[in-house]
Design a protein. Structure first.
Length: 232
């Protein structure tokens, strides 16, 4: 039977009270990582600008701690913004697509991109990578900030989309590694069939075989390590 530490259960409860914008403003790469950090005591519970002061109060209640002020070093509480791409200036570089944590941007290389506003969490992460500065953040909840500007349903939908995106990226990475491994195996097989005449040709052939075999072995070990990590 798998046993979980108290901090694991607490982290789950904390994560459920975070807005799931995945903006990294708290100093952690995801809402999950921030929740874990709060649970183990390495982060304070007032570092989430999207959750705002109400978010601090929610966490304080859960943790049985006093309500403290939002730490504005991580950002100000504000109306929820949505990213908007000025399409006439978009060059189709896809950097914003790569940066979006919830796949809220549609587009293809050298094609115009556009934001799906219903999916955008207002994280700002797409703004900095844009080389032509064509992404603007536009407020869509004037007068409403924090949890007043963001619902539980939106938070859970964003969390699901974030997890879906991460699984997609892992799958694409695995599939690419498998393609490369198959290509290397085919190359090794082709080398085996090549006829080497001179000592120099034989030496070169063996060197190539050793390089490819080493690459295949590294890929195999990497795959085993990944499978072991997923199983634990």
């Amino acid at each position: 039977m798998v046993k979980f530490a108290v901090s694991d259960h607490l982290a789950v409860q904390i994560e459920q009270r975070l807005p799931q914008t995945q903006c990294t403003k708290c100093g952690y790469p995801s809402c999950h990582d921030y929740a874990v950090a709060i649970a183990d005591g390495s982060a304070n519970y007032n570092q989430c600008p999207p959750g705002g002061q109400e978010g601090v109060a929610r966490l304080a209640t859960l943790l049985n701690k006093p309500v403290i002020a939002l730490n504005t070093a991580h950002g100000e509480e504000r109306p929820r913004p949505v990213a908007f791409i000025e399409e006439e200036f978009c060059i189709g570089c896809t950097l914003c697509i790569q940066a979006c944590p919830v796949d809220a941007i549609l587009g293809a290389p050298k094609q115009m991109h556009t934001v799906i506003p219903q999916m955008c969490t207002g994280c700002d992460l797409c703004v900095a990578p844009c080389p032509v500065d064509c992404i603007k953040m536009i407020s869509v909840t004037p007068g409403k900030t924090g949890w007043d500007a963001w619902s539980e349903e939106q938070a859970q939908a964003s969390r699901h989309q974030f997890e879906f995106r991460n699984q997609r990226l892992l799958r694409e990475k695995r599939e690419n590694e498998e393609r490369l491994a198959a290509k290397a195996a085919a190359k090794l097989k082709a080398l085996e069939l090549e006829t080497a005449q001179t000592a120099e040709e034989i030496q070169q052939k063996e060197r190539k075989k050793a390089i490819i075999a080493a690459a295949i072995e590294r890929a195999r070990l990497k795959k085993l390590e990944a499978e072991s990590g997923n199983a634990s």
